[in-house]
Design a protein around this ligand. Structure first.
Ligand code: ATP
Length: 247
């Protein structure tokens, strides 16, 4: 049985109404797991709780066996978090920003610089390494933020809509980078509204609605389940629309 990268049990968060509703979710080590769901389904709230930015009202979170609620620092050491609207220190250049973030994680300066160069080259930002981020486009800033999230080489990458707003070229660079990380043994959980991303990249897909997991599996498994009831092989979009809408 593969090691579990993430285990959520009975996770619950209530704001004015229930956002995450006794959610159970397991992500295996080494897989790319796409979390899909309509607006307001509870995806970001779930991931923010895993990243330690929001305290659940109930339930448990384990990251590679570490109890993230009891040992948040240990859990954060092995986790990357990229929010959907990341903030950067605009006055810094990409290289300065990555050196700064590497320092926060106690990455040795030499190793930090080496990793920064690899990441900036992969994301085609090396030529802009010394320019201030304040002059960058939204997509360029998003790529710098992604590099910052990966600089401490976390085992678990949690990415909230990492491809939204990127042009085709940037999107390809980010996808290639993520696939390379998975090939090197990392685990990725991402949310996306771009169903083609889930279709092409994900080992498994989870569909969440009203804070609960309503379907989960490989694309083939989801299709087979749907096909069995509908008598036809459904597209991910058809399955998503059927599963994500109430009633
Ligand atoms: N800080 C907050 N205070 C109050 N309500 C919140 C807060 N954060 C989220 N919510 C509510 O919790 C519910 C789930 O929101 P969440 O952002 O997790 O959904 P989502 O699935 O990520 O949606 P989207 O796809 O639109 O990003 C929504 O009803 C939202 O209004």
């Amino acid at each position: 049985m593969p090691e579990l990268a993430l285990e959520l049990s009975g996770l619950r968060k209530v704001f004015a109404k229930v956002a995450v509703d006794d959610l159970d979710l397991r992500v295996r080590g080494g897989e790319l797991y796409a979390l899909l769901g309509p607006n307001g389904a509870g995806k970001t709230t779930t991931l923010r709780m895993v990243a330690g930015l929001q305290r659940p009202d109930a339930g448990g979170i384990r990251v590679f066996g570490v109890d993230a609620l009891a040992e948040p620092i240990a859990a954060k050491q092995i986790t990357a978090w990229l929010p959907d609207e990341p903030l950067l220190y605009d006055k810094l250049s990409p290289l300065e920003y990555l050196e700064f973030v590497a320092g926060l994680w106690n990455v040795a300066p030499g190793a930090g610089l080496e990793r920064a160069e690899i990441l900036l080259r992969q994301l085609e930002l090396w030529d802009e390494r010394d320019a201030r981020c304040e002059g960058f486009s939204r997509g360029m800033k998003q790529k710098v933020a992604l590099a910052g999230a990966l600089i401490h080489e976390p085992r678990l990458l949690i990415l909230d809509e990492p491809l939204t707003g990127l042009d085709a070229g940037a999107s390809r660079q980010v996808k290639d980078l993520l696939m390379a990380r998975v090939a090197a043994g990392a685990t990725i959980i991402l949310t996306t509204h771009i169903l083609e991303v889930a279709e092409r990249l994900a080992d498994r897909i989870g569909i969440i609605r009203s804070g609960r997991l309503v379907a989960e599996g490989t694309l083939a498994e989801l299709r087979a389940e749907r096909g069995a009831t509908d008598g036809a092989a459904a597209t991910l979009e058809e399955m998503f629309l059927a599963l994500a809408s109430p009633g």
